[in-house]
Ligand binder design. Structure first.
Ligand SMILES: Cc1cc2nc3c(=O)[nH]c(=O)nc-3n(C[C@H](O)[C@H](O)[C@H](O)COP(=O)(O)OP(=O)(O)OC[C@H]3O[C@@H](n4cnc5c(N)ncnc54)[C@H](O)[C@@H]3O)c2cc1C
Length: 210
């Protein structure tokens, strides 16, 4: 595997990796996704793909919803994850959804869905957005391949590629291995660094740095 230069190399074809890949491709980067299995989508392919996005545009008062969701996450997460991570999530979640909608993905507002912990302060209703047809991975793959991005299957990556190992890295690479860890909770569904829980969508927000 030598001599194939890309601007953005993504490891793993789950929702996190494909969202990063689609973003990179939409921003004009050449993109390659390496997937270790012969299957697309990882855990994300089993998932409903529900995105928990306080303050999205279908909420009656988006700013108030974000303020309440901040209270909810403060109680639920506390100091177990960096505050700036969830601030970024709250600030950019609606923007991320709208970005993907502009690219062609479609989500519907699941208006009656109640947060997992309705007993906590700041819990809310209607924060869930669902991908049409429960097919988030397929939709992301479609958007990626429309933009000339590609996925190589059975391409397990044992170490981050570099110019020394054959795949030159020009813009960056990122892996975000998912795990459905512990009780169902939107803040425990994704591990960005293998240790600290973080919201799945925060992992999805890999914007290419120029
Ligand atoms: C039944 C079910 C329902 C769920 N419903 C929801 C939901 O509605 N909403 C929600 O937010 N979460 C949900 N989750 C959790 C959610 O699916 C995961 O948090 C999410 O899929 C993680 O995405 P990811 O892209 O980080 O990882 P994954 O989807 O697991 O993707 C990681 C990919 O990386 C590949 N990979 C691993 N190592 C390498 C390597 N060395 N080189 C190359 N490739 C590699 C894997 O093969 C895999 O394809 C659900 C989970 C389950 C099981």
């Amino acid at each position: 595997m030598t001599g194939h230069a890309v601007d953005l190399l993504v490891l793993g074809s789950g929702a996190a990796g494909l969202a990063a890949a689609v973003t990179g491709a939409a921003e004009g980067l050449s993109v390659l996704v390496l997937e270790k299995t012969e299957w697309l989508g990882g855990t994300s392919a089993y998932s409903a793909g529900t995105s928990w996005i306080p303050g999205h545009r279908h909420q009656p008062d988006p700013a108030a919803d974000v303020a309440e969701a901040r209270r909810y996450l403060d109680v639920l997460v506390g100091d177990r994850a960096p505050r700036e991570l969830r601030e970024t999530y709250l600030r950019h979640g609606p923007e991320a959804i709208e970005y993907f909608e502009r690219l062609g993905l479609r989500f519907w507002h699941s208006a009656s869905v109640v947060d997992y912990h309705p007993e906590l302060p700041g819990s809310g209703i209607g924060r869930a957005l669902e991908p049409y047809g429960n097919a988030l991975v397929a939709a992301l793959y479609d958007q990626l391949t429309r933009r000339s991005g590609s996925v190589w299957f059975t391409a397990r990556t044992a170490e981050l590629p570099s110019s020394e190992t054959g795949l030159p890295r020009k813009a960056g690479s990122r892996t975000c291995g998912g795990a459905f860890a512990g009780p169902a909770s939107p803040v425990r569904t994704c591990r960005a660094d293998g240790r600290r829980p973080c919201p799945a969508v925060a992992c999805d927000l890999l914007l290419p740095r120029r």
